[in-house]
Ligand binder design. Structure first.
Ligand code: CP
Ligand code: NVA
Length: 321
């Protein structure tokens, strides 16, 4: 039984096979030779809001032949305290696959274990694997292999999206720089889990810079509060919201500390000429990105949003193949 619960547990070969199948899904949309989910029903269980993930999974599952039911966690007994493992055992006897968006990563893993049906992590507090696979597809579609390139993540470096980027950098061998203030940087234990070695920290006038590498893949990670240094020569500038779902109570404090960690025209000028700008969306103009930069790069950003559909269809085909 295959699941897609994290990029941590997805092998490089599987990642590459999903990325290459995504291109086929995109090219063959509307005339797929087979509908591998014909006769199946899949459940989407969402405990957090969603536009892109929900719509792309609903459309993608239908295009692959499945019927789909959307279950808001608040509307099923899960929201009233029924244990995950009981919900999972019920759904596992009735539906053929599940897409689960929730808070704790452990809950998605427990669901997969008990439901015993292909299960996809549609975002947890710890990872957003479908998003980062899509982002890498989108980068490669426009700029060729990501291996050896420089990706700079700007903003809340301690949330789900940069964590999935860390695992991707480790496996696919690119340089990931995370520009974030102290308190919003990924934990060193995450880098170790991803397999980064030779972790070392050095002091600079702008604060401590952490670097680590993986010799086997060429993956490199740099964590710094120095936004300008992190953006210099980057092939991709990438950002995400400052206030992730579930962190609303911390909004004012987060905005205060993260102010300045913004993708704007002066930051883009420091990157490679022709560097891509991407955002997983939703975007908050004037916070993590300014309006002019968002609109100047909107074609890439909405290609990225559309590619959620194609990537997730490739993920599903891989799961059931
Ligand atoms: N990027 C993303 O996952 O968007 P949604 O929250 O709208 O699904
Ligand atoms: N880090 C964001 C991603 C939204 C797609 C969140 O968890 O809300």
């Amino acid at each position: 039984m295959k699941h897609l619960l994290s990029l941590e547990n997805l092998s490089r070969a599987d990642m590459e096979s999903i990325l290459s199948a995504t291109l086929t899904m995109k090219r063959e949309r509307g005339h797929h030779a087979t509908r591998p989910l014909a006769g199946q029903t899949w459940a989407l269980i969402f405990a957090k809001s969603s536009t892109r993930t929900r719509v792309s999974f609903e459309v993608g599952l239908r295009e692959l032949g499945a019927d789909v039911m959307f279950l808001s966690a608040a509307d099923i007994q899960l929201g009233r305290g029924e244990p995950i493992k009981d919900t999972a055992r019920v759904l596992g006897r009735m539906v053929h696959g599940a897409v689960f968006r929730t808070f704790a990563q452990a809950d998605v893993e427990e669901f997969a274990r008990y439901a015993n049906i292909p299960t996809i992590n549609a975002l947890t507090d710890e990872e957003h694997p479908c998003q980062i696979l899509t982002d890498i597809f989108t980068f490669q579609e426009q700029r060729g292999p990501i291996h050896g390139k420089v990706v700079t993540f700007v903003g809340d470096g301690a949330c789900n999206v940069p964590a999935s980027w860390v695992f991707a950098a480790a496996k696919l061998g690119f340089e990931l720089r995370i520009a974030a203030p102290r308190g919003f940087q990924p934990a060193l234990s995450l880098l170790e889990r991803a397999g980064f070695t030779h972790l070392h920290a050095r002091s600079t006038p702008a604060g401590e810079v952490i670097q680590a590498t993986i010799a086997a893949t060429g993956g490199k990670i740099v964590i710094t509060a120095d936004l300008q240094a992190a953006a210099a020569g980057a092939d991709l500038l990438y950002t995400d919201v400052w206030v992730s779902m579930g962190k609303e109570a911390e909004a004012a404090a987060r905005i205060q500390v993260l102010t300045g960690y913004q993708i704007n025209e002066s930051l883009v000028k420091l990157a490679q000429p022709g560097a891509l700008v991407m955002h997983c969306l939703p975007a908050y103009r004037g916070k993590e990105i300014d309006d002019a930069t968002f609109e100047a790069h909107s074609r890439t950003i909405f290609d990225e949003a559309e590619n959620r559909l194609h990537t997730q269809k490739a993920i599903i085909a891989w799961l059931v193949g």
